[in-house]
Design a protein around this ligand. Structure first.
Ligand SMILES: [Zn+2]
Length: 500
């Protein structure tokens, strides 16, 4: 979530799993669905009636599920940024009830006959695992580090040297370790109960991703980028403990934007952030989006976060920009926002899978420096890309192997095996347990690498197709990717450019 506890700088709330209070809509909708096609009735019905019944179930379920997602996102935003103290476990149980009632009582009468039905089925299959009370409880406990802090850690935090920071993180990781492993064990077991090979297979099915192709893509990405990443780590003296602040040093504000003598934290570079966004949207002919996206610059411990908290209510929160890396985060978040903004679907197809959502954010993050900044900064942006996405690819391969057998002692060995490839010294492999991508957003980190592979290909495709007629770039994105949300698989939208 924050820079320090995850493998990536940004975060979005798209698939975030937690909860909130909610009215009785859930139970009502499920009851209505049951009335439309009770198991007994379906058993005696002919094929046509069965299909009609399952369509009725799925439409009702989709509506209920979508409403729960909006409730979740709104309360989550409130908790993160508005001082809200909503108990999200209540909403967890609503999701779980919906999944359980559907899959235990109606699944036999439910034959997915259309895309919406199939998507509902996989999403509820995942909720049956993630929102299972035992899993949800552990997940929510892990989401708050205060649950693992010693009483005396507040006084220890008075010092802020790297070593004391590392000590504190290490102490947290050691305390969280057994909960992280328990959560993995529970999730894996519940996924296997449903017939999946493992929890990652369940998640990847909701994402419509092919496991073998994904793993091959991650290996191919590392083969192509690892030597360059190792070189950059040496050149910029990047350390494991201070990775993200070290990335800021590749092009800090003062160095990045000479001619603007304003020192950090004033975000002054060739344009201030708002001007940069306006300029980018103007170039692509997407200025309609500006009034529909609320952007705030505040430091909440997140590099950036974007959420559509209600249909059409799109919010971006980013740290004040102090470096080129921060500039990239801003446009990454804008990438999420544009994906939501130009989605003309309502209901279930408005809720985007993380693979699509995250990849398109990486695409805009890739486009912005190339369209707005000069050649020197473009080269530096490419270096940051290599470092970030190589780390993400390694993180994903580590995680996929970890899920195969999360036995005691093994995580640390696996961590050293995978992350050691970066050529950085890793003194404390126990820190693996602190990474939010192992518990809060599991089986997620690979989505950044999908974006990293797609972005340059899409950029080249648009450049070859339209040259510097950037309005045509924007139109292409709307007409081929954004407009129909999840109605078509992401792989189909970009099939002419890249086989996901
Ligand atoms: Zn993102």
């Amino acid at each position: 979530m924050s820079n320090s506890n995850s493998d990536h700088r940004g975060k979005n709330a798209n698939d975030a799993a937690s909860g909130a209070e909610i009215g009785a809509a859930t139970g009502t909708a499920v009851a209505a669905a049951g009335a439309a096609a009770s198991p007994g009735a379906a058993a005696n019905a002919d094929a046509t009636a069965s299909i009609a019944a399952s369509a009725g179930i799925s439409a009702s379920l989709a509506q209920t599920y979508t409403n729960l997602i909006w409730d979740l996102r709104l309360l989550q935003w409130s908790n993160y940024f508005e001082g809200g103290v909503h108990d999200l476990s209540l909403l967890d149980s609503q999701f779980f009830m919906l999944a359980k009632q559907f899959l235990s009582r109606y699944a036999s009468a439910f034959t997915p006959t259309d895309r919406q039905s199939e998507i509902v089925r996989t999403l509820l299959s995942r909720d049956l695992v993630d929102k299972n009370p035992a899993a949800a409880k552990l997940r929510n406990r892990l989401d708050d580090w205060n649950n693992y802090r010693d009483d005396d850690s507040a006084s220890a935090s008075a010092t802020s040297s790297t070593s004391s920071t590392t000590d504190r993180r290490l102490a947290l990781a050691r305390k969280m370790r057994s909960d992280v492993l328990d959560l993995m064990y529970i999730r894996n077991g519940l996924a296997k109960d449903q017939g999946y090979h493992s929890y990652p297979d369940l998640v990847l099915s909701t994402e419509e991703l092919n496991r073998e192709r994904l793993i091959k893509m991650l290996h191919d990405f590392l083969d192509a980028n690892l030597p360059h990443a190792q070189h950059l780590i040496k050149k910029y003296d990047i350390h494991w403990e201070s990775w993200f602040s070290d990335l800021n040093r590749i092009a800090p504000l003062a160095e990045s934007f000479p001619g603007t003598s304003a020192p950090a934290p004033s975000p002054a570079f060739p344009f201030d952030p708002s001007t940069a966004i306006n300029r980018f949207l103007e170039l692509l002919g997407l200025t309609d989006a500006r009034s529909k996206i609320k952007i705030a610059f505040q430091d909440h411990g997140f590099a950036g976060m974007t959420s559509e908290v209600a249909p059409g209510d799109i919010r971006v929160m980013v740290e004040p920009i102090a470096s080129l890396a921060g500039f990239k985060v801003l446009f990454h978040e804008l990438g999420h926002a544009l994906t939501y903004c130009f989605n003309q679907e309502q209901d279930l197809f408005r809720i985007l899978p993380a693979s699509y959502d995250e990849a398109m954010a990486v695409v805009i993050e890739y486009f912005a420096p190339r369209l707005l900044l000069g050649p020197t900064l473009q080269k530096k942006a490419a270096k940051i890309d290599v470092l970030e996405h190589t780390r993400c690819a390694i993180s994903a391969l580590f995680e996929l192997e970890l899920w195969e057998s999360p036995a005691p002692k093994q995580p640390e060995e696996l961590y050293l095996k995978h992350y050691g490839r970066l050529g950085v010294q890793i003194d404390h492999p126990e820190l693996w347990a602190l990474d939010s991508f192992r518990s809060i957003d599991p089986v997620y980190i690979h989505n950044y690498v999908i974006g990293a592979v797609l972005a340059p290909r899409l950029y080249d495709f648009l450049l070859q197709s339209f040259g510097d007629d950037y309005h045509s770039w924007g139109r292409w994105l709307i007409n081929n990717v954004y407009f129909d949300g999840r109605k078509r698989p992401f792989s189909e939208k970009v099939a002419s450019i890249y086989t996901i």
